[in-house]
Design a protein around this ligand. Structure first.
Ligand code: UN1
Length: 513
């Protein structure tokens, strides 16, 4: 933690050696066991956080449900003003927070800063949106009647986020939920609890400066059992969860069991189709950043390249040679492209994928392997690998959260490539590289990509916050962030008003007394 001004960053963010992990805003408490946070960068213990107990959780829910009663009455643009101030604070804290993200999660400092930038952007987006939570004016079939629909605050929003975007995903949810008049309870990943503490410290400053009650922004910590407090709690009308498909299925069932709403952001198995008309230089940048950026630990990371046979060797050679340029090492050092995986378990999954692809008949083009020695003491640094494979391979069908890229060949029409692209259980992000209008439009058409995100001439990762973010099939169907994703954080009401002295019934029904 001595390196790269990490000590100072931790101090600025209010991180102590042992942090209480439960908070309703300015108040912190916790009676649970200690969760230690080790950095995958150097293997060192950064600090600890105490987990949330059932009793702590009850206290949080009391504060949250109480706060909702008043927060929902505050005019939406006034709530927008709170979010505006939060965006200002994030600008102030951008560097230390970006550093902590990089050190606790292991992504490059550039990407850590990028994540905080996404937080700032979603705040700006939400501020504008706070004056545009519009319903529609509708036309009544009855004389002298008016009809419209409106959106009301929903209540307590539970947020379960993953280690790979330890701060941004929370902000996509909270910035929108807050302007919608909801209060939030956040359980960050137990692999990145300090990012949660830091964010809660930042928002607490804003809440305090505005004299707002406890309970608008709450933090809880722990593993899936703490998440279950929320998924099983009727007082939480919406649970927004990001993580594996396995986790999402459990959350979906638990929340559906009580007829609650869930917003799920689960696994991807994202592909780039490279057609004969692709710009090779652009393809290489998009594919390599997509596959090795964040060490392949984005939901939107590129897992598969589907390349036309006529340019297969050319693209293969270009991508393989680009891998030769990659520098792996401390992600806080801006000379490096690729940092560590999150932990040893992730390294195991990476090794397993490389073994499996060979066992299934794949050919390794760029050798993988775990790095050791100076600078790699944490045991979490791995070499980005490439293998030639077939889409049917079990391991290719599976999302491995690591820098393993599969090259797949197609022949004939772009339809064949689209079939391969869609031929997996997941449906998050997809892309086509082509200068051919027909191919691009086919890819985007009803018969094209079945993913929530479909791009032309850019890669699969790095979506902007202005669009709705999420995907279909095993990705879970939820949409977060931009466009009209805000609607899931509100309850809709249809209103009909009669301004006559008669009471005509709908559908022309006569009921004379
Ligand atoms: C995720 O991996 O959970 O599109 C989110 C992207 C980022 C968000 C990824 N803006 O890659």
């Amino acid at each position: 933690a001595e390196q790269f001004g990490m000590k100072e960053a931790l101090g600025l963010l209010g991180i102590k050696e042992v942090n209480q992990g439960t908070s309703t805003g300015n108040q912190w408490f916790s009676n649970g066991e200690k969760i230690d946070s080790y950095s995958p960068v150097d293997g060192q213990l950064i600090a600890s956080v105490t987990a949330t107990t059932r009793e702590d959780y009850e206290q949080v829910m009391q504060a949250a449900t109480e706060a909702f009663k008043t927060f929902r009455l505050m005019p939406a643009p006034k709530r927008g003003e709170i979010v505006r101030q939060f965006g200002e604070k994030l600008r102030q804290y951008k560097e230390p927070l970006g550093k902590l993200v990089s050190y606790e999660m292991g992504k490059s400092y550039q990407e850590g800063l990028g994540e905080v930038q996404e937080m700032i952007d979603i705040c700006d987006f939400a501020v504008g949106l706070s004056r545009q939570l519009n319903g529609s004016t509708l036309h009544s079939e009855r004389f002298g009647h008016r009809m419209y629909d409106q959106y009301h605050p929903l209540g307590v929003v539970g947020i379960i986020s993953a280690f790979n975007f330890p701060v941004a995903v929370w902000s996509w949810n909270t910035a929108l939920a807050w302007i919608c008049g909801d209060v939030c309870v956040w359980k960050p990943s137990e692999k990145t609890p300090l990012c949660g503490i830091a964010c809660q410290n930042i928002i607490a400053e804003v809440l305090k400066e505005n004299n707002l009650p406890e309970g608008i922004s709450c933090l809880i910590n722990g593993d899936y059992k703490v998440g279950e407090f929320m998924t099983q709690d009727k007082r939480v009308p919406l649970v927004s969860a990001t993580g594996s498909t396995r986790m999402g299925k459990i959350v979906a069932q638990e929340v559906a069991g009580r007829l609650g709403r869930s917003l799920l952001e689960l696994g991807g198995n994202n592909a780039i189709i490279v057609t004969p008309d692709a710009d090779i230089k652009m393809t290489v940048i998009g594919a390599v950043f997509g596959a090795v950026g964040t060490a392949g630990q984005r939901c939107t990371s590129t897992r598969r390249l589907i390349i036309h046979e006529s340019i297969y060797d050319k693209v293969k050679d270009a991508v393989v040679s680009a891998y030769g340029q990659l520098r792996i090492g401390n992600p806080l050092d801006q000379n490096n492209h690729v940092g560590p995986l999150i932990d040893k378990h992730a390294v195991e999954m990476y090794n397993n994928a490389l073994e499996k692809v060979v066992a299934e008949g794949g050919t390794v083009l760029v050798e993988g392997g775990v790095l050791s020695g100076d600078g790699f003491e944490s045991g979490c640094y791995v070499k980005p690998a490439i293998a030639e494979a077939k889409n049917e391979f079990e391991i290719v069908q599976h999302e491995t959260f690591a820098p393993v890229l599969y090259l797949l060949k197609y022949s004939g029409d772009v339809e064949n490539a689209i079939d391969i692209q869609n031929g997996v259980a997941q449906g998050l992000s997809s892309a086509i590289m082509t200068n051919n209008l027909r191919e691009a439009e086919k890819f985007l058409s009803h018969a094209g990509s079945d993913c929530g995100i479909a791009n032309v001439n850019i890669g699969t990762s790095g979506a902007e916050i202005g669009g709705a973010f999420g995907g279909e099939k095993e990705t879970g169907g939820g949409r977060e962030s931009g466009s009209d994703a805000w609607k899931v954080y509100m309850r809709r009401q249809t209103n009909t008003i009669n301004y006559t002295t008669d009471l005509p019934l709908a559908q022309g029904i006569k009921f004379d007394l």
